[in-house]
Every structure is written in structure tokens, then in C-alpha cells.
Design a protein around this ligand. Structure first.
Ligand SMILES: Cc1cc2nc3c(=O)[nH]c(=O)nc-3n(C[C@H](O)[C@H](O)[C@H](O)COP(=O)(O)OP(=O)(O)OC[C@H]3O[C@@H](n4cnc5c(N)ncnc54)[C@H](O)[C@@H]3O)c2cc1C
Ligand code: SF4
Ligand code: SF4
Ligand code: SF4
Length: 345
């Protein structure tokens, strides 16, 4: 872990933001003890004189990142050759039992079911998730959910970026002592760096972190405005659900279904995503992905913490599971996408 006492401009600004590598995770913004940074246009922006304390660079997933060091911090060891998608204890397909969750979720509703279960059983008081903006349709916004209804309102996937770390500020403001975190792999990486940097105010309340699998995320202006609104003629208010199953499927409130070939959508991939090396949220307590499945979530349980909450939800009947077919498409896709992101041929 770096102990540099250098400022934002000579570290993150020049080597990450200006270099086009910023993931937009907002960990630096949240962590600056002098409130020098603002989150603006998907990136950090200096709004007053930097005190050169060096904290922001210690939490950035794109600055001096060391996978081995982080794996040792989370798991006490590095991943082995038999773990091409990172350290894990169990892989399984899971789905919510609750019909209301199944109706509103993205894949099998595992994420929302675990959060609702943890809230109902007092494991957590709140969950950091991503909701939808009331001003900009289908635009994701970080949210601290404190009720089952709020968890359900935030179910489903928005494929544009939501800097969920910003909701950790709200959790600290509300003095929450037990919080679950949901985020993309870049956000889970940042969370682990914040833990390693001992930023207790934000990380001490985290009871478990669910990482979403992620190939890329797109710009709102490109995918939603330029393509869906202008090219397909669908007003963003009309989007009911979007899912990626080899292609982007846009479902509208009036029951229409439009397809966007992934090749066309690639033009809207955010710049920072091109530098990403983690598909399956390799440092999460539990990773969740769709992997081409219908109505099931592919779960990778990685830590003891993750195992405890997952098994508890399973035993109490909040989720149901079935084994992963190790000859099947989802299993192959997990290997393929993980290796591709890591740059392994
Ligand atoms: C940007 C993005 C890209 C993804 N790409 C892939 C992929 O390539 N392959 C794959 O297998 N899976 C991918 N996923 C994961 C997948 O879409 C589902 O989130 C996952 O399968 C869990 O489904 P579920 O039904 O259990 O979740 P649900 O119960 O529906 O819960 C989903 C949770 O994700 C949160 N969320 C929604 N949008 C965002 C966002 N933009 N950023 C952060 N959190 C969000 C919600 O608040 C909610 O808590 C991606 C997810 C995101 C956000
Ligand atoms: S965390 Fe420290 S180095 Fe980074 S912007 Fe704030 S004051 Fe500057
Ligand atoms: S990747 Fe995250 S921590 Fe690093 S500069 Fe970008 S927003 Fe800040
Ligand atoms: S690909 Fe996904 S995990 Fe990687 S930087 Fe983009 S949003 Fe974050």
C-alpha cells in the first residue's frame, strides 16, 4: 500500500483522470477528508486547494492497483490456477422465492432477495444500491435503501454508470452501523482499498458486499439519448427494462421489444471501462451475474461473510438454488469473459 503524501493533481488527475483511465467510482471524492473533490460529469474535480494528504490515491482502483495484495487483504491468499474468475467457495444458481421480487428484478432477484432478507433479519439497517433519477428517466443514481420497498424500487439493472460509493456518505450521515453494499467490480475494488486504507467511517459498517458482474457500462448520452431516443424513437420514460443477453433487449411499457446489437452499443462504452480488468467482481463477498441465464442469478460465493448471509437466506427459504452445469453456457461464459477482461488469451 502506498504511503505517498502527494496531492490529487500530480497523482489521480494526471495519471488516472487525464489518462482516460478513471472508472468514475467516486471513492476519491468520498474519501477526501478536506472535501476538496466534487463528482462532476462522471469524474472527480478539484474544487478547492488540495492539502496533499495522499488519501485519495490510496483508495483509487486505477492508481497503483495490485491484485495480489488486495486478494491477500480480502481472502488471506492469492487465487490459484483453478480459480480463473477469482477466489471462491461455492458457485450456484439462485433465485428469489418472493413473487414481488421476481417481478421487479433483473435476473433471478438474488441481490434484492439477500438485501431484503438481511434487512428483515436485522443483519443490516440499510443497503447502498442504485435507484432511478426522478428527473432523468432510466438514469441511475446512488441510493441508501432503508426499507424493503426501497430495495425493490432499486431492483433491476441500469447499464449506465451509478457511482454507488456516494451513498456511503449518506450512510455515515445517518450514522448507520450495519450496511450492505452493492456495486460494480470497480466499486468493489475501491471499497477494498478503502478498507485497506482503514477509512473506518465508511467501511466499518459494511456487513457484506455484493459485486455485480460487468463487461462494461455505457454513457447515458450515447445509449439512452442518442440510440434509444433518437435512433429507435423510444422516449426514455417508456423504458420498462433493459437486459443484455448477447444483444441489448429494450422492453417498453407498451409491451414492445427492440434489439440493439452489442457491436453497435460498443460505441457508447465509457472510456474508463476500456481499462477494466475485472469481470466478475473478484473481490466481492458474493458476485452476481446473469450470464445469459433466464430468471436465475449466477452466484459466486467468495468469503465466509458471503457464505453466512447466503446460507442463512437459503435455509430460511428466502432464496432457492440449483447446481451450476459445468458443461453449460453460463459456466463457459464466466470463464471466457473473466479471461478476456484480465487480458488472458
Ligand atoms: C453496468 C452493469 C453491467 C452488467 N454487465 C453484466 C454482464 O456483462 N454480464 C452479467 O452476467 N451480468 C452483468 N450485470 C449484472 C446483472 O445485470 C444483474 O445485476 C445481476 O445478474 C443480478 O441480478 P439480480 O436479479 O439478482 O439483481 P436485482 O435483484 O435485480 O438487483 C440488482 C441490483 O443492482 C443495482 N444496480 C442496478 N443498476 C446499477 C448500476 N448501474 N450500478 C450499480 N448498481 C446497480 C440495483 O440497485 C440492485 O440492488 C451488469 C450489471 C451492471 C449494473
Ligand atoms: S484526499 Fe488529500 S490529496 Fe486527495 S484531494 Fe483531498 S486533500 Fe488532496
Ligand atoms: S477511479 Fe475512482 S478513485 Fe480513481 S480517480 Fe476515478 S473516481 Fe477517483
Ligand atoms: S467495466 Fe464495469 S467494473 Fe469495469 S470500470 Fe466499467 S463499470 Fe466499472
Amino acid at each position: 500500500m502506498s504511503s505517498e503524501k502527494i496531492g490529487f493533481e500530480e497523482s489521480l488527475k494526471s495519471h488516472v483522470v487525464d489518462a482516460g483511465k478513471c472508472a468514475g467510482c467516486a471513492a476519491c471524492v468520498v474519501s477526501c477528508p478536506f472535501f476538496c473533490l466534487e463528482y462532476s460529469d462522471g469524474k472527480p474535480k478539484l474544487i478547492k486547494e488540495c492539502e496533499s494528504c495522499g488519501i485519495c490515491l490510496r483508495v483509487c482502483p486505477r492508481y497503483q492497483w495490485n491484485t495480489q495484495e488486495m486478494e491477500k487483504h480480502v481472502f488471506g491468499r492469492q487465487h490459484s490456477g483453478n480459480e480463473p474468475f477469482g477466489v471462491f467457495r461455492r458457485v450456484v444458481l439462485a433465485r428469489a422465492v418472493d413473487e414481488e421480487i421476481l417481478e421487479r428484478c433483473q435476473d433471478g432477484g438474488l441481490v434484492s432477495a439477500l438485501l431484503a432478507f438481511a434487512l428483515e433479519h436485522n443483519v443490516i439497517e440499510a443497503a447502498v444500491v442504485s435507484g432511478v433519477s426522478s428527473e432523468k428517466p432510466f438514469h441511475p443514481v446512488p441510493r441508501l435503501a432503508t426499507t424493503r420497498e426501497q430495495i425493490l424500487e432499486c431492483s433491476g439493472t441500469r447499464y449506465t454508470y451509478s457511482p454507488n460509493m456516494l451513498a456511503l456518505q449518506e450512510a455515515a450521515k445517518q450514522k448507520k452501523k450495519a450496511v450492505a453494499f452493492v456495486g460494480t467490480p470497480c466499486q468493489i475494488q475501491a471499497l477494498r482499498k478503502m478498507e485497506a486504507a482503514r477509512l473506518k467511517k465508511y467501511v466499518a459498517p459494511i456487513k457484506f458486499a455484493i459485486g455485480l458482474m460487468c463487461t462494461e457500462s455505457f454513457t447515458y448520452e450515447g445509449l439512452i439519448e442518442e440510440h434509444i431516443k433518437n435512433r429507435l424513437g423510444i422516449s426514455p420514460e417508456q423504458i420498462k427494462k433493459m437486459n443484455i443477453k448477447g444483444k441489448i433487449i429494450v422492453e417498453t411499457l407498451s409491451g414492445e421489444e427492440k434489439i440493439i446489437p452489442l457491436k453497435e452499443a460498443k460505441a457508447y462504452t465509457r472510456q474508463g471501462c476500456h481499462h477494466c480488468r475485472d469481470f466478475s467482481s473478484e473481490l466481492a463477498d458474493i458476485s452476481a451475474g446473469g450470464l445469459g441465464l433466464t430468471n436465475w442469478t449466477f452466484a459466486v460465493i467468495r468469503t465466509e461473510k458471503g457464505e453466512k448471509i447466503f446460507e442463512s437466506a437459503e435455509k430460511n427459504g428466502a432464496i432457492t438454488t440449483k447446481p451450476v452445469d459445468k458443461e453449460g453456457k453460463a459456466w463457459r461464459l464466466l470463464h471466457l469473459l473473466s479471461s478476456k477482461k484480465r487480458g488472458v488469451k
